[in-house]
Design a protein around this ligand. Sequence first.
Ligand SMILES: Nc1ncnc2c1ncn2[C@@H]1O[C@H](COP(=O)(O)OP(=O)(O)OP(=O)(O)O)[C@@H](O)[C@H]1O
Ligand SMILES: [Mg+2]
Length: 234
Amino acid sequence: MEILRIEGLSKIFGSGHLEVRALEDINLSVSEGDLVALLGPSGSGKTTLLLCISLILDPTGGKIVFDGQTIFQKNGWAGVDMRRLRREKIGFIFQSHNLIPFLTARQNVLLPLSLVGLKGEKAESRVRELLEQMEIADRADYLPALLSGGEQQRVAIARALANNAKLILADEPTASLDTARGVKVMGLLKKIAKENQSAVIAVSHDERMIEGFDYVYRLKDGRIVGEKTNSTLN
Ligand SMILES: Nc1ncnc2c1ncn2[C@@H]1O[C@H](COP(=O)(O)OP(=O)(O)OP(=O)(O)O)[C@@H](O)[C@H]1O
Ligand SMILES: [Mg+2]
């Protein structure tokens, strides 16, 4: 089942001689459970694309259909409660500064659950389960500052997965990790996403991190210039 469709998406920053065409004519279709990688040089539009998909940034043109609902089209917003949609259906993993520093690992993962009204033992057991899946349960009561970079990133992934988001957007989730830890973190993300049938769109600079992904798209100057599926990956 298709979870996300993007048609002719564009994003222009600024105007006149300061104009930057960050995205041009992006077309993309993502189905439930798909693992999609976005590769491309610095400045090619990867972060802009993730931010447009979650409507944190307003696209300039094109169309976005999410979970069967048109959430953006050329002539403006489609009157969708995007905050609610983000809370309930989209998980975001940022490159760094992910966690709320004064909340423990457990409380950070609990937060998105309380935002949708899940509380008490049900919420607590969901958090325990996620922290166990991410192999970080023994650090549940630590503040982020006392965790290693890889541990923090695993907590951030647990948080993004907490609400069984249908779509996980990950902007270089392993950038702050060494290769071995990065591969491990990506492995856990892939495994749980497949189990939940969540689609993942992950940005990476490092091809080793995206082994086993179903689709790989390459961005250059705001355009998709290459596309590969699993069978043609090497
Ligand atoms: N708020 C903004 N205002 C003006 N230009 C912007 C803004 N945000 C991004 N850009 C420009 O849009 C282009 C795409 O930026 P983007 O951050 O999406 O690149 P990226 O592929 O994520 O790069 P990196 O790998 O370095 O993170 C760049 O030329 C950037 O300078
Ligand atoms: Mg970026």
